[in-house]
Design a protein around this ligand. Sequence first.
Ligand code: NAD
Length: 421
Amino acid sequence: MTDDLLEEAAARFEEACEHTDLSEDTRERLRRPISSLKVSIPVRMDDGAMETFAGYRVRYNDTRGPAKGGIRFHPRVTAAEVTTLAFWMTFKTAVMDLPFGGGKGGVAVDPKRLSVAELERLSRGYIAAIADVIGPDIDVPAPDVATNELVMGWMVHEYGKIHRGHQPAVVTGKPIALGGIPGRSSATSDGAFQVVREVRGRVLPDANDPSVAIQGFGNAGAQLASRLAEDGWRVVAVSDSSAAVHDPGGLDVVKLREHKTDTGSLADAPVGEPLEPEALLTLEVDALVPAALEAAIHEGNAGDVRATVVFEVANGPVTAAADRILDERGVEIVPDILVNAGGVTVSWFEWIANRQGERWTEATVRARLEDRMVTETRAIVELADARGLRLRTAAYVHAVERLATAIDATGTTTLFGDGTS
Ligand code: NAD
């Protein structure tokens, strides 16, 4: 991600502000992160050599509660990418009315190149480097791309060692044995599925046998593929970073997931026909689900997208330029800050359970997640209809108004607003 995406994210925020009566002071408070940390993480590699990795943690805004956001391990992680992701988290937690702000972290590393032992040393080193700026009441990390509950387990353990005591609520997405919550690993796809179900009648009123293509067959994409297939959708194409497969009649998702688990990739899949990964994005389908990385749909390919609706499971998969092109062509976009908010919502449940010393059942998690997703989806659709807005703008307005109420309630805007106090 480049600085462009940060600018684009800011432009979307300014656009949403035009539909609110947000004061200039509050806008200013939301224009930049409150804290950005860059760290160097020296790691002893298995061959005895020392390698140093760059890590980041950004707390974008914490007016509504401790910052919340995942940790990404990816070679292209930069300060600008982490800041943009932290910005989006600020709006996502507000969209869902969670008592959190927005944060994000990352390490510039290709985790596939590391042994498990090296990955553990890197994860522990990262937490040691950022330990002063995180905490259950300050900033609460979670998994993101290429990090999972194993990594969160190392991280919560390391934080406990540094602070000489158990602090399970410092990180969410942990293994159940270390204070994790049932249903967290499927929360993003479960939440996305609830949103799809809630808006389906609106965005695909005539599709009796709806088809879907999914880019990204990882934690979020593969599990959503299963949920949709079980609900009668034809999953006609899926892709990962190495391959794509296609079958207009519908792929056997169970077999594909087994193949991915066994071999680590979709290459040589036992079902469907191979497809150029880029071609997946322009298939004639009812729904397109980008569930990989940012900017998958951009100015160069948005004109060829033939889906009726795009469900943004990834964060920021449609650039602002592509957004305008899709909008002009009548392609509806259901935005990331709503569609993929199930993960952070169940993280909230985990944080509550940890702080209260409770254990929640999976049934409780599922019921409360469905309630949050359905309530906020309906609110955004109503707002879009009432004010004549696109769903993305409506989601931002919904979030911005909640953020503004909180910022105003702190009193500093009023106190210093006219520059004379
Ligand atoms: P993951 O690492 O489990 O999966 C990512 C998948 O994308 C992998 O299958 C990878 O091979 C594939 N991929 C990468 N580049 C690709 C390309 N160019 N074409 C096709 N596939 C490609 O990550 P995840 O946790 O599933 O996250 C996916 C997206 O969803 C990210 O944008 C992430 O920020 C977002 N998200 C995830 C969660 C969560 O709880 N997992 C929550 C909110 C948002």
